[in-house]
Every structure is written in structure tokens, then in C-alpha cells.
Write a protein that binds this ligand. Structure first.
Ligand SMILES: Cc1cc2nc3c(=O)[nH]c(=O)nc-3n(C[C@H](O)[C@H](O)[C@H](O)COP(=O)(O)OP(=O)(O)OC[C@H]3O[C@@H](n4cnc5c(N)ncnc54)[C@H](O)[C@@H]3O)c2cc1C
Length: 560
């Protein structure tokens, strides 16, 4: 079993809120995306006292809406941004081999070539560089393919869409799960964390920020949290003050795996960027778009023209074109890009991160990529630590594996035995190991004690009832959409977006979180409203109409 300290259940939330009301922390982190949870882990593993508040849920912002790639970014190589690519590829290797081998895995991509002559040497040289910067053995090396070889690997491709191809490797993860895992790992290092707590204002004494005034949205109560330094990792919400963020909307669609006959992911150039077709369980994840989003960052919405754009781009490659009817899931997120004075074209904005002191005792970060969260977290805490009394040790997160990494490889090797002992089919055990690492032990123990929890929740896309229970007892889930959209990915993996599964999931959550019948029914009704608003937005022709049709942000906007 994993240590009790890392179990983000209701008791941990209560303890954290009591500590937040009484203690003065070294560092208070605002924002529970990958940057904020990464910063909390960085600071806590240096021995600092740390608290984190998140207005919604872990990863409720961009960190559950990414392409889910841990990558150097071939696009940035082409833009000659070698520093960014090198840094990202070194993080890719560290995550794959040391820090999160249970969550991050290699993924193959086929890059179809469309021009004879110059393109193969050009792409080949780029991928050779990509592989050599990426270091040996982290992922297999790129290989060249003839058109016939490429069509054998990806029979779905139109023969006239390519003259040959190169296959290369990057890495992928489930972004929302990784953030929940970071939060748990930070808790294991003594960090106090609470979701559904929104920062409303900075608390200032003698010209220095000494904490925040916040609202516990579950208890509907204000609280003051004191800290020697406050760091803002609020992503697209960091749009006011001295660090201007220009949110860029990115939309993905999911289609069933059988609709594209291919044994490899695909990458294709578009006019301004690239299109990815990424294997994702029983689906292909197709994305993404890159457009300015001037509306409330709380609820970016996909519109019909986003879906049409993605279908048009992917259909240029396919023998059997996809239609709107093939789309089973949709999600939209906002890249928190640092604004530049000379352009509003979000495809041209840098993906580098910026750390800035906003006031004595207050530092903010923006920009960056999921892949480089650890570097961003280190830079943020280095900046904050400079203002703390006394020496602070350097970051050590390059040697701190995420929860579930230790013992993962041994369990993977013994997965046949685990399956036999638990009575679960081996593919199910493999799935659990790939989502929880060695913490899969906790789920197997739970199923051992309550065998009914070993069955999938109907309509959820195959997630076990035990996973719903565990999300509440160990992974900080407190609202129905926390489970359906982020701890599991039911919301994007089943055609009805999880509506059929919602009542059963709510009933399982109610038993763990002490909800009465009215609260459980309220959660289901709220979830239905969110799905209906998404569907309405997707039917609208453009962003403004989609924004108006979409649901309002359940947490009212506040830009710190
Ligand atoms: C479409 C898309 C595709 C992407 N693909 C990739 C990819 O494949 N690989 C990659 O490396 N990167 C990718 N990225 C980039 C990456 O996802 C982001 O850079 C990263 O997730 C940003 O994390 P964050 O923690 O800074 O922001 P967020 O995840 O947005 O977190 C900010 C958090 O702050 C909280 N918050 C805001 N205001 C308050 C307040 N007042 N009080 C308390 N909490 C508050 C919000 O609720 C939110 O949870 C992609 C991004 C997008 C949008």
C-alpha cells in the first residue's frame, strides 16, 4: 500500500485547510495544473513548508486538455529553437526512464513525405538531430520508409497522399492523471493541498505580499492563508498585471480506433503548424487547432469550424474520410502563452516560460509546456527562494520519482502472477499498472476486500468501480466531473460523454464522500448541464457563438 500521507481523501483536505488557517508557510502555490503541482513538489522536496490551492480541480485548466505528448517539439526544431528542444528532450528522457516510467511511454509517428528530392534529406536530417539531442535509448530511433512500407504500416493512408515516409518516436502520457500523481507526490513530501479553493486577493503588509485571501468553494467560506512567498501558477488566468498571457485555444477530437487502420500515429504539416493523429486506447486523438481566445479563460469551447478544420486536415491523408458522425469526444484547452508586443498570431508566440516578480513576496510564471513542467517549477521556486530568510537547498526533483514509479517495473514483469492472484484478466491488470504504477496494489487490495468493485461501471468505457472509489479516497476527486473528466477519461472516450455512467459514478462517490441523495442528484444534474453546453457550443459556427452557447465557468473568473 502507498503511504497515508499521499492519500488525497477528504481527511487530507480537512487537515490541509486547518493547517492553511493556522500556519505560516514558506511557499503558497496558487494553481493546481502541472506547473503548480510541480512547483509544490519542487518546494516540498527541498524541505520547505508548502501549501497549494486550486480553484477548480487538479488539471482542470490546460493540464487536462493537451495533446498528451512529452516531446521536444519538431516544430520548434524547424524554428531553430534548439535550446527549447534540447531542454524538452532531456526532460522526456528523465520522465521515461526515472521519474514516471509508469505514466510516460514511447509512441511512434509516421511522417508522410509529399515532395520527391529535397524533403527526405531535410526531414531525415531534422530527425537525426532530434534523436541525437534526445539521447540514446530513451526511445527507438527514426527510420526511413518507402511508400509501400509506409502503406503497410498505415493502410488507412491514401496512396497519393505520400511519396514515402519517415517513422520516429516521441512519448505520451495521460496529462490529468500525471497532475493528480504530482499532487499526491507533493502531499507525500508534506505539502498541504486543497482544490475548490480560489484565491481572491493578495494579502499585503508593509508593502510585501504575506499571503492570500481565499474562498473555500465547497464550504462557501473565506479563509486567509499566510506565507512568506506566494507563487502564481494560474495558467491562462494570469492575464492581468505585469505578466501578460495571451491564451491560445487548442481543440482535439477523438474517433474510434477502427476508423483509421494504422499501427502508428501520424504527423502531418498544416499551413501554420502540424496535425497529430495519436493512438489513445480504443481511440485516435486528432489535434490540434491554434487560435486566439479573447473570452473568459474559465470555459474555452470548441465550435463547429474547429471540428470541420480538423476533419479537413486529417481527411487529406485518409482513403476513407472521417465525418462528424465519427467524432466520439471533443475537448478544448487554452495554452497560457506569454504575450508578445509584435504579434497576435498565437502559432508564432514562444513556448518558453517566463518567471516574473510581481511584488515583494509575489512571483508568477507563465508559458512553457507540459513536458518541461519540472524545469518551470524549479525556476519558479528558485526565484521565490531568493526572498526567503536563510539558505534554501537546490531543486532535487530530477531524483524524486513520482508516486507509483518505485516498484513499477517489477510489477510489470510479474503482471501474469498479479492477474492470477487477483482474478482480473491480464489486460485489465496491465491497464491498471499503466495508470497507477505500483499504486495498482491499492486497487487490487480494494478489489480483494470488495470484489464488486472489480467490475466496470456500465457506460464508462471500461473503468472499474474501484477506480471511482480510489479517485475519491486517494486522488482528491470531490465533484462528479473530477472523476468523469480527469481521473478517468470517460467524458471524452464514450459517445454520450459519460451521461449514462453519471448516476452510478455519483452513487459510488456519494458513499465515499458522505453525499446525501440531493447532493448526488445535484452533481448529476450539473454534469448533464456541462455536457449539454459543450454539445450546444460544438454546433455553433464560430468561437463567439460557441462561447455564448457554452456553460459559464462554474468558478467565477478571478485574475490575480
Ligand atoms: C491544446 C493544447 C495542446 C497542448 N499539447 C501539449 C503537448 O502535447 N505537450 C506539452 O508539453 N504541452 C502541451 N500543451 C501545453 C501544456 O498543456 C500547458 O503548457 C500546461 O498544461 C500549462 O499548465 P499550467 O499549470 O501552467 O496551467 P493550467 O493547467 O491551466 O493550470 C492553471 C490552474 O490555475 C487555477 N487557477 C486560476 N486562477 C486561480 C485562482 N484565483 N485561485 C486558485 N486557482 C486558480 C486554474 O483553475 C487552473 O487549474 C498543450 C496545451 C494545449 C492547450
Amino acid at each position: 500500500m502507498t503511504g497515508a500521507a499521499s492519500a488525497l481523501g477528504p481527511a487530507h483536505r480537512d487537515r490541509s485547510l486547518a493547517a492553511m488557517a493556522g500556519e505560516v508557510f514558506d511557499i503558497l502555490v496558487v494553481g493546481g495544473g502541472v506547473t503548480g503541482t510541480g512547483a509544490a513538489l519542487d518546494a516540498a522536496s527541498r524541505g520547505l513548508s508548502v501549501a497549494l490551492i486550486e480553484a477548480r480541480d487538479y488539471a482542470a485548466g490546460a493540464s487536462s486538455k493537451s495533446s498528451k505528448l512529452i516531446h521536444g517539439g519538431l516544430r520548434y526544431l524547424e524554428m531553430l529553437d534548439f535550446g527549447l528542444v534540447r531542454e524538452a528532450l532531456s526532460e522526456r528522457k528523465l520522465l521515461l526512464t526515472e521519474l514516471a516510467p509508469h505514466l510516460v511511454r514511447p509512441v511512434p509517428f509516421l511522417w508522410p513525405l509529399t515532395h520527391r528530392g529535397w524533403e527526405r534529406p531535410y526531414v531525415g536530417a531534422g530527425l537525426l538531430l532530434y534523436d541525437s539531442i534526445g539521447g540514446r535509448r530513451a526511445v527507438p530511433r527514426a527510420r526511413h520508409l518507402s511508400r509501400a512500407g509506409a502503406l503497410r504500416l498505415a493502410p488507412a493512408l491514401r496512396p497519393d497522399a505520400l511519396v514515402g515516409a519517415v517513422q520516429f518516436y516521441d512519448a505520451q502520457e495521460d496529462d490529468a492523471r500525471m497532475v493528480a500523481c504530482l499532487a499526491r507526490t507533493a502531499a507525500g513530501h508534506g505539502c498541504a493541498l486543497a482544490t475548490n479553493v480560489r484565491m481572491d486577493a493578495a494579502r499585503t503588509e508593509g508593502g510585501r505580499v504575506t499571503g492570500v485571501v481565499a474562498r473555500d468553494l465547497l464550504a462557501d467560506a473565506d479563509l486567509t492563508i499566510r506565507a512568506r512567498h506566494v507563487v502564481l501558477a494560474t495558467g491562462a488566468w494570469t492575464e492581468r498585471g505585469r505578466l501578460a498571457v495571451q491564451p491560445s485555444k487548442g481543440v482535439h477530437i477523438l474517433v474510434p480506433r477502427h476508423r483509421i487502420a494504422s499501427g502508428t500515429g501520424l504527423l502531418a504539416r498544416t499551413e501554420k503548424s502540424v496535425l497529430f493523429v495519436i493512438p489513445w486506447g480504443d481511440h485516435w486523438l486528432i489535434g490540434d487547432t491554434d487560435t486566439e481566445w479573447p473570452h473568459d479563460p474559465g470555459r474555452p469551447a470548441a465550435c463547429r469550424s474547429d471540428l470541420d478544420y480538423l476533419l479537413a486536415k486529417v481527411n487529406r491523408l485518409l482513403r476513407d474520410p472521417l465525418t462528424l458522425a465519427d467524432i466520439e469526444g471533443v475537448f478544448a484547452g487554452l495554452r497560457p502563452l506569454v504575450a508578445a508586443p509584435d504579434t497576435r498570431d498565437t502559432t508564432r508566440l514562444s513556448r518558453e516560460h517566463t518567471v516574473r516578480s510581481l511584488a515583494p513576496g509575489l512571483t508568477a510564471i507563465a508559458g512553457g509546456k507540459f513536458t518541461t513542467y519540472r524545469v518551470m517549477a524549479r525556476d519558479l521556486i528558485d526565484a521565490a527562494a531568493a526572498g526567503l530568510p536563510g539558505p534554501v537547498p537546490p531543486s532535487r526533483t530530477d531524483t524524486v520519482p513520482l508516486l507509483g514509479a518505485a516498484g513499477y517495473r517489477e510489477r510489470w514483469a510479474g503482471r501474469g502472477r498479479l492477474a492470477a492472484a487477483s482474478g482480473l484478466p491480464q489486460p485489465q491488470v496491465e491497464r491498471l499498472l499503466g495508470r497507477y504504477g505500483s499504486c495498482a496494489d491499492d486497487l487490487l487490495d480494494l478489489i480483494g476486500e470488495r470484489p464488486d468493485l472489480g467490475r466496470p461501471v456500465e457506460g464508462s468505457g471500461g473503468y472499474l468501480a474501484a477506480e471511482v472509489v480510489y479517485a475519491c479516497t486517494h486522488e482528491g476527486a470531490v465533484r462528479l466531473d473530477d472523476v468523469l473528466a480527469r481521473r478517468t477519461r470517460t467524458a471524452i472516450e464514450v459517445r454520450d460523454r459519460g451521461l449514462a455512467a453519471a448516476p452510478r459514478v455519483a452513487a459510488l462517490m456519494a458513499a465515499e464522500l458522505g453525499w446525501d441523495g440531493a447532493r448526488a442528484a445535484g452533481e448529476v444534474a450539473r454534469y448533464r448541464g456541462l455536457v449539454a453546453a459543450d454539445l450546444a457550443a460544438e454546433a455553433e459556427p464560430d468561437d463567439l457563438a460557441a462561447y455564448r452557447a457554452g456553460a459559464p465557468d462554474p468558478v467565477p473568473f478571478y485574475g490575480p
